[in-house]
Design a protein around this ligand. Structure first.
Ligand code: ADP
Length: 501
């Protein structure tokens, strides 16, 4: 039988999914399994490594059986994964040093703070494009080695470090290749963006032996075939990419200035910046888009901390709605937010403000303002915050991007998407396949196999579902942006009062 399907394994923070695509980019079958989160101390987050592997394999097998498919029909597997999450394991036995430290885990924040005191943040940012933070893998590796007293073992080459792509590939592929792709490498805070290699000075700084680091491969590259013990027949593993990077690819953002935003609990916006990393001093990260045929493509990345989470707050804390989707109907009961602005800075404000003391604020309440106005303001807040990132990206690019491609759970909200078009003054394009991370991983795998001649040809698989055109005039836009800015200023002012307490 023809090997006609591409499978994406999307190993995320709360679940592992497998999606089988046709060569035309249509979903043929899928399955997902959640796994346990471990919180051993406040602020600490861990995953059981075996859970990551087991749920991924179960999702893959379930997707195949629900579609009546066999492994022998699969052309290739592409892996997209939660980024930065850190594992260290024994090269011989596969035994891990404890659990995986998840990207969200704050345990190494004091270590990162010490680097700031030592004046090292600038150097780290210049080399890696990242604003130093406990999210990234470097300080997590250091913590795992210290905790296990395993430095010497690592130096002898007996340990492997890997992000989740690396860990899955090591287990799934025959011969246990120890690899990671350039996008995942770029989230470790050890990878030199310009040189496209591990940075010797950073390895010294963190005292991490090169012997434990994976080989950095392209995002679309055949790494090997799965061990037949897993699926009954070998299948090439042909792509690795961090989830946000895979989504940028799945959205067909191949040209410099093309940008996507993912609306989930938070938002992740990435813009392709072409063949050079772009510096940014407003807190956007400079990162990889992907690496193909040895050629790196770069991106700028920004995130909104609280997006869909503000809708959850309306649902869970205020009880205004029963489901997140109901936010749309509630907000549609009124024509505008009646001067109400909601700054959902529950955990501080990110780019471009960077104030961790900021907290949530509702401004402009009048006697007639009610639940519908608040729901509207909450949805607008998601769009305003995303627009603040888009403005930074436009600044770096030199002009406003032509369009914004969207995905993620909250992108299903038509009102929110129209607000985004109005607030940003650009076309908002929602694709038919909302699983852009998985689609990107599958297309990267197809590209590695030569199914497509170029990324552009792979992009032909991207299909528009709905385009939202901006309807506001420039006057209204300017007035509303000024209103939002005032509300943010109020939140920043309030934070400054509390900071001085
Ligand atoms: P994540 O991957 O971060 O878990 P998802 O992409 O699954 O997030 O999206 C879930 C988030 O989107 C939740 O925070 C939820 O409140 C929000 N959300 C989902 N559907 C809608 C909707 N129709 N309108 C507004 N928000 C929504």
């Amino acid at each position: 039988m023809d090997r006609q399907y591409l499978v994406a394994l999307d190993q995320g923070t709360t679940s592992s999914r497998a999606i089988v695509f046709t060569r035309e980019g249509q979903v043929r079958a899928s399955a997902a399994h959640e796994f346990a989160q471990h919180y051993p101390q406040p602020g600490w987050v861990e995953h059981q490594p075996q859970d990551l592997l087991d749920t991924t394999l179960r999702a893959l097998r379930d997707a195949l059986s629900s579609g009546g498919l066999e492994a022998s029909q699969l052309a290739a597997i592409g892996i997209a994964n939660q980024r930065e999450t850190t594992l260290v394991w024994d090269r011989k036995t596969g035994q891990t040093l404890g659990r995986a430290i998840v990207w969200q885990c704050r345990r190494t924040a004091p270590f990162i703070e010490r680097l700031r005191h030592d004046g090292l943040h600038g150097m780290i940012q210049a080399r890696t494009g990242l604003v130093p933070d406990a999210y990234f893998s470097a300080s997590k590796i250091r913590w795992l080695l210290d905790e296990a007293g395993a430095q010497e073992k690592a130096e002898r080459g007996e340990l492997c470090f890997g992000t989740v792509d690396s860990y899955l590939a090591w287990h799934l592929v025959k011969g246990h290749p120890h690899v990671t792709d350039a996008t995942n490498a770029s989230r470790t805070m050890l990878f030199n963006l310009v040189r496209q290699d591990w940075d010797e000075d950073l390895l010294k700084l963190f005292n991490i032996p090169r012997a434990m680091l994976p080989q950095v491969v392209d995002s679309a590259q055949v790494i090997g075939e799965t061990d037949p013990k897993w699926l009954g027949a070998p299948v090439p593993v042909a792509a690795l990419a961090g989830d946000q990077h895979a989504a940028l690819f799945g959205q067909g953002c191949f040209g410099a200035g093309q940008v996507k935003n993912t609306y989930g609990t938070g938002c992740f916006m990435l813009m392709n910046t072409g063949d050079r990393p772009v510096k940014n001093d407003k807190g956007l990260l400079s990162t990889m888009a992907w690496r193909l045929g040895g050629q790196p493509t770069f991106a700028l990345e920004g995130s909104v901390f609280v997006a869909g989470a503000a809708i959850q707050w309306l649902r869970d804390e205020l009880g205004l709605i029963k489901t997140a989707a109901q936010s749309e109907a509630l907000a549609r009961q009124v024509e505008d937010s009646k001067g109400v602005y909601f700054v959902p800075a529950f955990t501080g404000l990110g780019a471009p403000h960077w104030d961790m003391y900021a907290r949530g604020m509702v401004t402009g309440l009048s006697r007639g303002a009610g639940a519908a106005h608040l729901a509207r303001a909450a949805l607008e807040a998601i769009a305003f915050q995303s627009n603040d990132l888009l403005l930074l990206m436009a600044d770096a690019l030199g002009h406003r991007p032509d369009a914004l491609k969207v995905d993620g759970g909250a992108a299903a909200n038509n009102l929110l998407m129209q607000m985004q078009a109005d607030i940003s003054g650009i076309q908002v394009l929602r694709p038919r396949v909302g699983e852009t991370t998985a689609l990107g991983a599958a297309l990267l795998a197809g590209l590695a196999l030569g199914m497509f001649d170029s990324p552009q040809q792979a992009a032909a698989q991207w299909q528009l579902e709905t385009a939202f055109a901006p309807a506001w005039g420039e006057d209204l836009r300017a007035r509303r942006l000024a209103g939002w800015q005032k509300a943010v200023d109020a939140a920043l002012y309030e934070a400054s009062l509390r900071r001085n307490d």
